[in-house]
Design a protein around this ligand. Structure first.
Ligand code: 3LM
Length: 401
């Protein structure tokens, strides 16, 4: 694809709409057709063998690859600046397929101390059962890596901005500290999306997304992806996806994600504009004790965010002077913003990790709140409603807090 008559590559929004697809090859269909098939037939046994041995490009079985998925993967890789991508059934399928493909018994993984709750459980509860050593440190201070990396460290894993607090980790500083160690840096960039942040440009080796969030953007499906060099992505697909997790993305979901991605940049700009207004309003409000939004001027996060993100996304966290009880009361007063987990949707969503974790502990006593998450923390995902309507809803809910 080229931009006619101009000697420059097409921009982000153009690639998000067109990359990797030529309607002339599929009956002129402007929207890419959905290949709803689980298996593929061959002219003869030799032909099947040629596909199996990669002598000829082709498809064998839908657990590992499908043309609709392949288009999504090519488009995502292009937007992220990666050589290759594997799309899977959920963000957790991406995390699990990646870790179980790239780690073996006696290996070590360094993780940021705070992670998305289920990634936290995978690293703290599950990986140690397989003889994998997990080393949690506070990566907001990258110098901590010096005492954490050993010859056995295979991966350094973190989210930025982080779930749930939106704290920012300096990707280039982590990469500089880890250089020559042989460890690969993996960034879960779900809170940012490839429009806002491209970790590979700052020295990360692999990027992971829950596509459920900003990239699909419409809160109507689950999906995930891992992006990076072709050899590693092939290993995650041929081992992790094909026979360790089997967590295949449906072609229908792949199509819907591409539909959502066409407006990624437009959505992110609107998300960021509203989130900035909400974060500034919260920071000035007398009932609010603290606010964390990467693009709030003056904070340490802001300095790092300006180097590695082109704008904020719409994730922020805050605490009220009235603490845990105040959070519950404020959230119950909201009328427009939904009390719901997840993020990155057109609808604004708010959640309070401490009350959810407390409730979960009644059934699963082993559940732990991720280190670094305080009881008062409220997480807000600002949606695409009119900014003034969002400000009004939060203001009325804070009145009396
Ligand atoms: C959430 N997060 O509400 P899926 N990485 C990050 C994430 O935020 C998530 C995943 C991976 C939330 C989901 S919580 C019950 C709902 C940074 C998901 C996993 O498997 O697609 O949900 O992605 O924070």
């Amino acid at each position: 694809m080229s931009t006619h008559g101009k000697n420059r590559p097409p921009g982000f929004q153009t690639r998000a709409i067109h990359h990797g697809y030529d309607p002339r090859k599929l009956l002129g269909a402007v929207a890419p057709p959905i290949f709803m098939t689980s298996t593929y037939s061959f002219e003869g046994v030799e032909d099947a063998a040629a596909v199996m041995s990669h002598e000829r490009e082709g498809y064998l079985y839908g657990r590992t690859a499908n043309p609709t998925q392949a288009l999504l993967e090519a488009r995502l890789a292009n937007l992220e600046g990666a050589e290759a991508c594997v799309a899977v059934a959920s963000g957790m399928a991406a995390v699990g397929s990646l870790m179980l493909s790239l780690l073996s018994q006696d290996d070590e993984i360094v993780v940021h101390r705070t992670l998305y709750s289920n990634t936290y459980s995978l690293t703290r509860q599950a990986l140690p059962r397989f003889g994998i050593k997990v080393v949690p440190i506070d990566l907001t201070d990258p110098s901590r890596l010096d005492g954490a990396i050993t010859k056995k460290t295979k991966l350094i894993y973190f989210e930025t901005p982080g779930n749930p607090s939106s704290e920012v980790i300096d990707i280039a500083a982590v990469a500089a500290r880890a250089r020559n160690s042989g460890a690969r840096i993996v960034v879960d960039s779900t809170f940012a999306s490839p429009y806002v942040q491209r970790p590979l440009e700052h020295g990360a080796h692999l990027v992971l997304h829950s596509l459920t969030k900003y990239i699909n953007g419409h809160g109507d499906l689950l999906a995930g992806a891992v992006l990076g060099d072709a050899a590693t992505i092939d290993r995650i697909r041929s081992n992790g996806l094909n026979f360790i997790t089997g967590a295949t993305l449906s072609p229908m979901a792949a199509f819907l994600i591409m539909r959502g991605m066409k407006t990624l940049k437009l959505r992110m700009k609107q998300h960021a504009e509203s989130a900035q207004a909400v974060a500034e309003m919260l920071a000035a409000h007398p009932a609010v004790a603290w606010v964390r939004y990467p693009f709030l001027p003056g904070s340490r996060d802001y300095e790092v965010a300006r180097r590695q993100m082109i704008s904020g996304s719409a994730m922020m966290s805050f605490g009220l002077k009235a603490g845990y009880a105040g959070a519950v009361a404020m959230m119950d007063r909201l009328q427009l913003i939904s009390r719901a987990v997840s993020l990155g949707d057109a609808e604004s969503l708010i959640m309070h990790p401490a009350s959810l974790i407390r409730a979960r502990q009644k059934f699963y006593p082993e559940t732990r709140m991720a280190e670094g998450v305080t009881d008062d923390l409220i997480r807000l995902s600002i949606g695409l409603e009119e900014t003034d309507d969002l400000l009004d809803d939060i203001t009325q809910a804070l009145a009396g807090a």
